[in-house]
Design a protein around this ligand. Structure first.
Ligand SMILES: [Fe+2]
Ligand SMILES: [Fe+2]
Length: 193
């Protein structure tokens, strides 16, 4: 049976309570789903992989456990190998080949979704009016969202075979519809909070 988005959300929220981690999962899900639609891929399956990619981070917060010790849990819960492999392949330290569009997309969306989200949080209008140019400028400031690995952002776009500007624009557009869920202001709500 193909897993559903609902099932992945249920698994995720059973292991993850932190609001920021849940928001990260939602952001990566939205970006990955946007690429699934663009590429005509299985959007539901890609959503599942994206939601689950950090599902075990709260219980396995170190790289000697995350995400590899999460994989048996996902297997027990009946997720297909395609999802489990994609989840494992987002981790640079495991050195797995990113040999499918899902793996390349998930990797490309992981760090950049977090970074674009961070850019939106410091702007009064959130993601509205945010241009790739200013995201790239912030990427060059090591102190801004210091936890985001810049090399992975650049490698992600390269893996997708698209320009960084286009990738950034795609991610911004993917996150805009879920801005409220991500705790972001919008042009409409600017000044009201
Ligand atoms: Fe991770
Ligand atoms: Fe992540």
């Amino acid at each position: 049976m193909a897993p559903t988005r609902e099932q992945a959300w249920e698994t995720l929220t059973r292991y993850t309570k932190s609001e920021s981690l849940l928001r990260h999962a939602l952001a990566v899900e939205a970006s990955t789903a946007a690429y699934a639609r663009k590429l005509g891929a299985d959007e539901e399956l890609w959503r599942v992989a994206a939601l689950l990619h950090d599902f075990d981070y709260e219980i396995h917060p170190t790289l000697d456990k995350h995400p590899q010790d999460g994989a048996p849990i996902l297997r027990d819960e009946g997720y297909p190998e395609e999802v489990i492999e994609a989840v494992l392949s987002h981790a640079e330290h495991l050195g797995m080949p990113r040999d499918t569009p899902l793996k390349r997309t998930l990797f490309a969306c992981d760090e950049l979704s977090g970074f674009v989200h961070a850019c939106g949080l410091v702007r009064p209008t959130g993601l509205d009016g945010l241009e790739p140019k200013s995201v790239k400028k912030k990427l060059k400031q090591p102190s801004f969202a210091a936890g985001v690995h810049r090399d992975e952002v650049y490698a992600g776009a390269e893996g997708l075979g698209i320009e960084l500007d286009d990738h950034i624009r795609n991610v911004i557009e993917a996150l805009q519809p879920i801005a409220p869920e991500l705790g972001l202001r919008t042009a409409e709500t600017a000044g009201t909070s």
